[in-house]
Write a protein that binds this ligand. Structure first.
Ligand SMILES: *Cc1c(COP(=O)(O)O)cnc(C)c1O
Length: 464
């Protein structure tokens, strides 16, 4: 890409933006085959400038590559299974904007629908029929959802569902699991301490202890720990919230009986069961992990895929519980841009594409090929590894021990993962820049993409 250094330095005064628009179509695509053609000069310059303008140079921390070290890649554009950076390098993408791009980036049908919607305006702040359409799709698709409220992010969905859990039960305490992420609202920013009944200690400065001491934590896949928390806090626990398949501690599926056990325990203690399906919704199956595992929670949070790449979150569930939400009921929750027509349009089109027959078989097949291939290559090249996939979500830990929870995940060889990540990047494969993130595939990924990825993985793992 022919951007001069002097042009890049005008960043922040608007010129750079116009310049990028002007050169958008002149970028020479550099399909990386060997590391020799990998260039990062533009990424480096833009990121250096960004660090002076925004904390850490990013709008969300993991993008800064802190946990793998090295230079983050500055994106220019995305399409299908691929992303291009500002130096013109092309990558096969396994992040998918952290989940939304399940049909492939910038799907032509989604873009066309957005063009049409754009003509009608960008924000209404009033009811629109688009909300009915997406609401109906979510209610039809997700077993637990009888009524839904749209918000703008997964964080907002989880924050609101927590208020609802407390409003409905009149209890303040909640149980979450170590390594599960439910957005950055204060009450969820709790890292589990040692010991089962540890009271929540804030994970970040600025979060008062008084906010998190109602957040109880247990290790994932540990029903006994949850039982103990219920026993020690009688009639005080509003509910249990979890990622039904963990993606935010790396990919960790639920053990047989875990979800069923939580369903029984919560019913026994008249507490609510909440699946945070912001990541797994419409990805593990159309109806999310709850469809896949046949366990129906009381409430569900959604995000990522239902926005089709625009900012959308949602929470929904049993009608009697959802009827507490204002203005139907007394629990306040609102949003200026909630139900935004562009966001609803992208979501509707994305779900329509996912409803086509064979979609999830294809996602599962391609992802299994990748996950199995990575494990086999690790084995053949002498690296201890553990991983797997369900549908379009996969993971690979550099540890020989099975991973059932966050403690197990932390036994991974993080230095090795960092080298692996860098090696793959230099060969045109964009993986999530942390051992503790799941990987995502899309309908745009082809067998050839997977073959190329595995070829790169063999080369990198052989050199580690
Ligand atoms: C991404 C994610 C969130 C937060 O969603 P944002 O849109 O980033 O606020 C919450 N829960 C889970 C399980 C997630 O994966």
């Amino acid at each position: 890409m022919e951007v001069e250094a002097s042009t890049v330095k005008t960043f922040g005064r608007g010129d750079f933006f116009h310049h990028l628009l002007a050169v958008k179509y002149s970028i020479k695509e550099n399909v990386l085959i060997s590391t020799a053609s990998f260039k990062t000069t533009q990424s480096e310059e833009i990121f250096a400038a960004a660090q002076k303008l925004m904390p850490g140079g990013v709008s969300s921390p993991v993008r800064a590559f802190k946990s793998v070290g090295g230079q983050p890649i500055v994106f220019d554009r995305v399409k299908g299974a691929y992303v291009w950076d500002v130096d013109g390098n092309q990558y096969i993408d396994y992040v998918g904007s952290w989940g939304p791009a399940i049909c492939g980036h910038a799907h032509p049908e989604v873009i066309a629908a957005l063009h049409d919607a754009l003509e009608k305006g960008t924000s209404f702040g009033a009811p629109s029929v688009l909300e009915n359409v997406l609401a109906e799709m979510v209610i039809d698709g997700v077993p637990s959802v009888e009524m839904v409220r749209f918000v703008n992010s997964g964080t907002e969905a989880c924050m609101s569902v927590l208020r609802l859990m407390r409003a409905f039960t009149g209890r303040d305490k909640i149980i979450k699991f170590e390594g599960c992420y439910h957005g950055h609202a204060d009450m969820f920013l709790v890292k589990a301490g040692s010991g089962v009944a540890t009271l929540g200690l804030p994970d970040s400065p600025g979060v008062p202890k008084t906010t998190t001491n109602n957040t109880l934590t247990a290790p994932y896949n540990d029903l006994e720990a949850v039982k103990a928390l219920f026993a020690n806090n009688p009639n005080q626990i509003a509910g249990v919230i979890l990622e039904p398949v963990v993606g935010n501690a790396g990919f960790i599926p639920p053990d047989a009986g875990f979800l069923e056990g939580l369903r029984m325990l919560t019913q026994e203690h008249r507490a609510l069961l909440v699946f945070d399906e912001v990541m797994t919704g419409f990805r593990i199956a159309y109806g999310g992990a709850q469809e896949k595992f046949g366990v129906t929670p009381d409430l569900t949070t959604l995000g990522k895929v239902i926005g089709g790449g625009l900012p959308v979150g949602a929470y929904g569930g049993r009608k009697d519980i959802m009827s507490m939400v204002a203005p139907a009921g007394p629990m306040y929750q609102a949003g200026t841009l909630s139900g935004n027509p562009l966001a609803m349009t992208a979501g509707i089109k994305t779900l329509e594409l996912l409803q086509k027959p064979g979609t999830y078989d294809q996602l599962n097949r391609i992802t299994k090929k990748l996950a199995d291939g990575l494990l086999q290559i690790a084995q053949e090249t002498g690296h201890a590894a553990y991983g797997g996939q369900i549908s379009a979500m996969f993971g690979l830990f550099f540890t020989g021990e099975p991973v059932h929870n966050y403690e197990d995940a932390k036994k991974s060889d993080l230095a090795k993962f960092s080298q692996f990540h860098r090696g793959m990047l230099e060969r045109g494969v964009y993986l999530a820049p942390s051992q503790f993130e799941a990987g995502f595939t899309s309908l745009a990924h082809t067998d050839e993409d997977i073959d190329r990825t595995l070829e790169a993985a063999r080369e990198v793992m052989s050199s580690l």
